[in-house]
Design a protein around this ligand. Structure first.
Ligand code: 8DG
Ligand code: MN
Ligand code: MN
Length: 368
């Protein structure tokens, strides 16, 4: 029997920041199943079970081989009883009955639809579900509901926003954003973060980090044109405050969860008769695209870049590793050493990994 060379299960870390996770996932049929389970627990606001499945999914994504027998997961961390049961089912039956139940569950299906709308989270979904609503169409048709500004935009551009963003669209938007930013801040640094920085070919949005060296006036940057929808959140960062210890802490940067209008001029190779022209005029030649813009002070750039590059699970594990293994507190602004009682400065992601005593993990290996 052929054994995988140089793979020792007991050497696999429970922390995804000590593993390399590329987009080459040999265990998609398991990890998709776990992600459904995790999402269902998220909808039920049971964080512990949700995290258990997210950690298991993340671990299997990092394996250099497909799991085909229970023996393959022997000695691996993050493989609790619930997780093993589902792996066993999938190995034996090809699919899991528990996952199938969730996928057919009325509440799961409704929440899945509701949360696909920009601005709608678990809390709002819960409210709509209790009102007897089940689909996006039903919510849209209900004129008595009070929607937030964000949710209204979410429904207005729904079709565009649920269709994913391609790498080509991300590159096009990147040019637009860089141009717009440079008119206000000529020396600004604009970096794509999120999934696209990790090498993904599609995403649900495009994430940008903007910083500028020197004492520039970056405050008014977000308060200018080009956006279809923009909810500007002012910076709430207070100097010298300790990093947040919450698992999924929001940061304090000035940021903007925006919807951008990307014009996609169609090539007109017709002979341009009048009816054709009319028809062309009615076809929408733009696409609404979700964009996150985050403005960071230059000194915090490396921390912000590490946090906003993700993946979400990679970030969670970095913070958990920092606090549990190093008695340090990490967030998107800073790293604080609780023993030495000092903030550790960093000008690059490499330096942050070094402060934590971790081997550097490249962005494309952070797809945990
Ligand atoms: P996707 O858009 O392709 O679906 O994937 P993604 O790019 O990895 O996810 P994302 O939801 O756009 O988030 C990008 C990273 O930013 C993610 O690792 C988590 C991190 N992040 C923060 N703060 C916040 C925040 O306030 N909101 C969101 N949505 N993400 C945040 O560090
Ligand atoms: Mn993203
Ligand atoms: Mn985002």
């Amino acid at each position: 029997e052929l054994e995988m060379p140089a793979f020792t299960a007991t050497k696999v870390s429970q922390y995804s920041c000590q593993r390399k996770t590329t987009l080459n996932n040999y265990n998609k049929k398991f990890t998709d199943a776990f992600e459904v389970m995790a999402e269902n627990y998220e909808f039920k606001e049971s964080e512990i079970f949700c995290l258990e499945f997210l950690r298991a999914a993340s671990l299997l994504k990092s394996l250099p081989f497909p799991v085909t027998r229970m023996k393959d997961i022997q000695g691996l961390p993050c493989m609790g009883d619930q997780v093993r049961d589902i792996i066993e089912e999938i190995i034996e039956e090809g699919e899991s009955s528990r996952v199938r139940e969730v996928l057919n569950d009325e509440r799961y299906k409704a929440f899945k639809q509701f949360t696909s709308v920009f601005g709608v989270g678990v809390k709002t979904s819960e409210k709509w579900y209790r009102m007897g609503l089940r689909t996006v169409e039903e919510v849209k048709a209900d004129k008595t509901l009070k929607l937030s500004k964000m949710q209204k935009a979410g429904f207005l551009y729904y079709e565009d926003l649920v269709s994913c963003v391609s790498k080509a669209e991300a590159d096009a938007v990147s040019l637009i954003v860089k141009n717009a930013v440079c008119t206000f801040l000529p020396d600004a640094l604009v970096t794509i973060t999120g999934g696209f920085r990790r090498g993904k070919k599609i995403g649900h949005d495009i994430d940008f980090l903007i910083t500028s060296p020197g004492p520039g006036e970056d405050d008014e940057l977000l308060h200018k044109g080009l956006l279809l929808y923009c909810d500007i959140i002012e910076s709430t960062f207070v100097k010298e405050q300790l990093p947040s210890r919450k698992v999924d802490a929001m940061d304090h940067f000035q940021k903007c969860f925006a919807i951008l209008k990307l014009c996609q001029p169609r090539v007109d190779n017709s002979t341009c008769n009048t009816s054709k022209k009319l028809e062309m005029a009615e076809v929408k030649d733009w696409k609404a695209i979700r964009v996150d813009l985050v403005i960071t002070p230059f000194e915090q750039y490396a921390y912000a870049l590490l946090g906003w590059t993700g993946s979400r699970q990679f970030g969670r594990d970095l913070r958990r590793y920092a606090s549990h293994e190093r008695k340090m507190v990490l967030d998107n602004h800073a790293l604080y050493d609780r023993r030495k009682r000092i903030f550790l400065k960093a000008g690059s992601e490499e330096e942050i990994f070094a402060h934590l005593g971790l081997d550097y993990v490249e962005p494309w290996e952070r797809n945990a």
